[in-house]
Ligand binder design. Sequence first.
Ligand SMILES: [Zn+2]
Length: 497
Amino acid sequence: MDRLLLFPEPFPDESLYSLAVRYHRLVANDSYRRTSQELFGTYSRTCGSVLPCCLATLSQRLEEKYSVAELVDSRTLLPLYKPFLSNDGYESALHCMRGPHGTGLKMSLGMTASGLLKHASFRYCEACMQHDADYYGVSYWHRIHMAAGVCTCPHHGNVLLRASFPEGADWRCMQLPGESTSTPVLSESSLGAAYSVAEMQFWGLSNPQRACELVREDFLRWRLTEMGMLQQGRLREQAINSHVERRFSNSTHEGEFQSVTVDTEWVMRLLRRRRRIVQPFRYYFLCWLLETSAEDLVEFQHKICPRALRMNSLVKDRCDSGSPVEIAERRRNFQSDRDKKLHDRQGYYWLYRHDRDWLQNYVKSYPFIRTRKVYVDWFSRDIALSNELVTAHAEIMAEKDKPKKITKSALLRRVQNHYGFLRKSSKFPKSIQVLESLLETEHDYQLRKVAWALKELQLPKNYAISVIMRLAGIRIRQISHLEIEDLLQARGNGDNL
Ligand SMILES: [Zn+2]
């Protein structure tokens, strides 16, 4: 077959698989094998994928009514990945989808490594299904519902339903939404994050060029700067982590969201661009963590038209303040968090964007006084060390052995914190004073040694001074003859030398 005799008219955001199913029914084929041969000229195993292959043959058989690029842009999820791929990466993915072999495509896009594929399923929204049936006469698969991290409908906010094909069959049973049993992909009632992420992903899929500009202009860093979490080009990791952890508590933790709310490591890796390819879900979830909505992405004009537009946008942001009731409540909540730093208080970023004048006045009126934590009580250490030095001195003096000179090192060897003292001696003023008063001069040391020699040693009756000096270990005498005589006299009197 060279040319398809009929082919369904695509509906808005309809996936290629959905078109294949409708074609299958139009021509009343009895098996997917036949349909695949007719559409793709081969048995395609990727028709049910969000990134199907064999598109060149399909385009050819449609007599190029839709080019391969058109099919990719409007019927697959590749445009969602475009902002996160290099030109070569995107061309390579296109080449892959053009031909009959899709092997390695998901791996090259980082989808396999991300671990998100295990959550992949055929999803649909009941409200969309009803609308499509009423408006187009048939319900169909929307490609945005198939994207990883899209758990609610970006149009209706409903939790998406996961289709279970009958009797363990897969997508080759060629069914449309609502034709099999289904279960909700999320059960929680708090769906703010899921809805916001779905909206942003739908915007990214529908506006790949603007999403490319968003990533190229480094929206995340701009947002971090606006939130005070990027200063002088450096990420304030602690502030980011604590903010992100707080936001985790407002997010659902089911399905795909489980993998992005476990820890904050991936956030820092993404911001530092350490991951080769960013998954759109992670990127848009991080946007939500940074209190960004799809509207903010639409309005992002940073650098695209420099300064003037940015200023307009900021002014607009500030003018687009909430209702008086909302402002009053935000201010009240902010003021009630007195114990926290300003950036950590509830609603700081909202006030920064919508009520900045009030916030600035508040900050001026209540300046943050940084309290310096005292980690080491140097005064107590000084007192303790000076007492230890006195004790050490007394111990040396009480020794019965041959006297040792009382030097700085002899004293410090006997105290506990002598390393700290030597390194930071300025922190020990009292100890320095005590130490200096305890040190022994050479003269005093010689007197002590002579006294010890006279007391401890058996001296002959007739002895010379030189004998005492030798016994006391004194080579260069610094004491007078008279002082030695006094010591001898004291010994004769039985004084305690
Ligand atoms: Zn819907």
